[in-house]
Design a binder for this molecule. Structure first.
Ligand SMILES: NC(=O)c1ccc[n+]([C@@H]2O[C@H](COP(=O)([O-])OP(=O)(O)OC[C@H]3O[C@@H](n4cnc5c(N)ncnc54)[C@H](O)[C@@H]3O)[C@@H](O)[C@H]2O)c1
Length: 400
C-alpha cells in the first residue's frame, strides 16, 4: 500500500517535482493545491495524472488541503512561506517536504525564530520533516558522504562553498514572477513594511545552497561567524540598500573552518558547489585528492544508485511535464533524473520512501535550521562590520 501526497505550490519549481512525485511507485494518490487556478488546472487536466489523481483532491486553498486526509504535503510555495506553512502542516498531522530555504524574510532575527519554531514543531508533533536542499543530493555530496563515512577525509580541516548567481542571470525576472501571484502581491506589501522599519536584507538570507554541502558532508554545525558585505556597484536597481555579496568565515563544531560566499554581483556563469579538505584526504572540483595524488571522478562514479523500479518510473518525467511533449528532443527525454545535478529524483525518492516506511528522512528539520541559521547569523555580522557572532543551536541529530 502506497502513500498519499499533496503538492502545494505548482509554480515554476513545483512543476519540476509534480511528475516525479506522481510517478513514484510508492505513491498511490496525489492531491494538488495552488491558489492560482491556471496552475492547478495544468496538472488536474493532464490525462497522465488520472491514475493517481481524483478531481476531488484539487484544492485552491491551503486551509482545505490541511483538513483533508492526505498524509504528506510537499510545500514548494515562495520562499517567504515555507516555514509558516510547514509548521501549520505538521500541526495538522501532515508529514512535510519543504523547499529551500526554510524562510527568507528581510529580518535575520525573524528567520532565526522560524528555525526554532520548525524544529520544535517537528519534535512536538513527531511528524516527519524533510528539507528539499538540492545540494545534498548532488553527485558530489553523495560521494563525499560515502568517503566521510569511511573516514577517508581524516579530521576535517577546512571547507568552502558558494552560490554565485549574478542578478543579470534572470534574477530580476524570477523576483517579478514570484511577486506576481496572489501570495506574491501580499508579500510585496509586507516588504514595504520591513523597509519602513529600516530592515536591510542581503544574499545570506538565501544561504542553503552554499552552507548545506560542507555542513551536510561533515555532519556538523556552524558555531561562530564573521562576515563582510560588498556594496553593489552594478545592481542598485535590484539590491537597493542591500549588499549584493556577503562573504563569511565560520568556526564549526568539529573544529574545522568554513568560508561561504553568497554573491549576486559576479562576472561568472553561476555555481552552487563546495570543496572539503581533511588531514588525510580532500575533495575539490570532482576530484578526490590525498597525499599520493588526485583522481578525477565521473558523475556516475559519484552518484548513489536509485532503485531500478524508481528509475523506470521516473523515465519520461519531462514528457509528463511538457505542455507539448512532441517538441522534446531525445536528449531531453533521456535526462530523467531532473535538475540541479540530478538531485530532484533523489529528493523525491528519499521523502516518499521515508514516509512509506515511517523512518526519519535524510535532511531533517535540525539540518534545515543549521543551514538557514548559518546564513542569517552571517548577515547580522555583515551588517555589524564583521563582528564575531554565536550561531544558535537547536540540538538534534547532526546530518543523520
Ligand atoms: N535549487 C533549489 O532548491 C530551488 C530552485 C528554485 C526554486 N526553489 C524554491 O522553490 C520555491 C518556489 O519557486 P517558484 O519559482 O516555483 O515560485 P512560483 O511563484 O512560480 O510558485 C509558487 C506557487 O506557490 C503558490 N502558492 C503560494 N501560496 C499558496 C497558498 N497559500 N496555497 C496554495 N498555493 C500557494 C503560488 O500561487 C505559486 O503558484 C521558491 O521559494 C524557491 O526558494 C528552490
Amino acid at each position: 500500500m502506497g502513500i498519499s501526497v499533496g503538492l502545494v505550490g505548482l509554480g515554476a519549481f513545483g512543476n519540476c517535482f509534480a511528475p516525479l512525485f506522481k510517478s513514484h511507485p510508492l505513491v498511490d494518490r496525489v492531491a494538488l493545491c495552488d491558489q492560482e487556478p491556471d496552475k492547478l488546472r495544468f496538472w488536474a487536466e493532464k490525462p497522465s495524472f488520472r491514475d493517481k489523481f481524483n478531481p476531488r483532491d484539487a484544492f485552491a486553498e491551503f486551509d482545505d488541503i490541511l483538513k483533508s486526509d492526505i498524509e504528506a504535503l510537499v510545500i514548494i510555495t515562495q520562499h517567504w512561506l515555507h516555514a509558516p506553512m510547514s509548521v501549520r502542516a505538521m500541526e495538522a498531522g501532515k508529514h512535510v517536504y519543504c523547499a529551500v530555504p526554510l524562510i527568507t524574510v528581510p529580518d535575520a532575527d525573524e528567520v532565526l525564530d522560524w528555525c526554532e519554531k520548525v524544529v520544535r514543531t517537528a519534535e512536538r508533533t513527531g511528524q516527519l520533516f524533510m528539507f528539499g536542499e538540492t545540494t545534498c543530493f548532488r553527485p558530489q555530496a553523495m560521494y563525499c558522504r560515502r568517503r566521510a563515512a569511511e573516514g577517508a577525509f581524516g579530521d576535517f580541516v577546512y571547507a568552502e562553498g558558494e552560490y554565485f548567481h549574478d542578478v543579470d542571470h534572470g534574477l530580476r525576472e524570477v523576483k517579478a514572477h514570484r511577486l506576481a501571484s496572489r501570495s506574491g502581491k501580499e508579500h510585496a506589501r509586507q516588504l514595504e513594511e520591513y523597509e519602513r522599519r529600516g530592515i536591510v536584507s542581503g544574499p545570506m538570507m538565501y544561504p542553503t545552497h552554499s552552507t548545506s554541502g560542507p555542513l551536510w558532508v561533515m555532519k556538523t554545525r556552524a558555531m561562530k561567524v564573521s562576515a563582510l558585505p560588498f556594496e553593489t556597484r552594478l545592481h542598485k536597481d535590484y539590491c537597493g540598500k542591500e549588499p549584493s555579496n556577503e562573504t563569511a568565515l565560520y568556526l564549526l563544531a568539529n573544529g574545522a573552518h568554513m568560508r561561504i560566499c553568497e554573491y549576486r554581483e559576479i562576472g561568472h556563469p553561476g555555481r552552487e558547489m563546495f570543496r572539503i579538505y581533511g588531514n588525510k584526504g580532500s575533495f575539490e572540483h570532482d576530484t578526490w585528492c590525498d597525499k599520493k595524488g588526485a583522481t578525477k571522478l565521473t558523475q556516475d562514479e559519484m552518484r548513489d544508485p536509485l532503485p531500478p523500479e524508481v528509475i523506470e518510473a521516473f523515465k519520461g518525467w519531462r514528457k509528463l511535464a511538457a505542455p507539448d511533449p512532441s517538441k522534446l528532443s531525445a536528449k531531453e527525454l533521456e535526462d530523467f533524473l531532473g535538475g540541479h545535478g540530478g538531485s530532484h529524483s533523489y529528493l523525491v525518492h528519499e521523502f516518499v520512501d521515508a514516509v512509506a516506511h515511517g523512518r526519519r528522512p535524510a535532511v531533517t528539520a535540525w539540518d534545515a535550521a543549521r543551514f538557514t541559521a548559518a546564513g542569517a547569523a552571517a548577515h547580522k555580522s555583515a551588517l555589524r562590520d564583521g563582528e564575531w557572532l554565536n550561531i544558535p543551536d537547536w540540538g538534534g541529530p547532526p546530518g543523520a
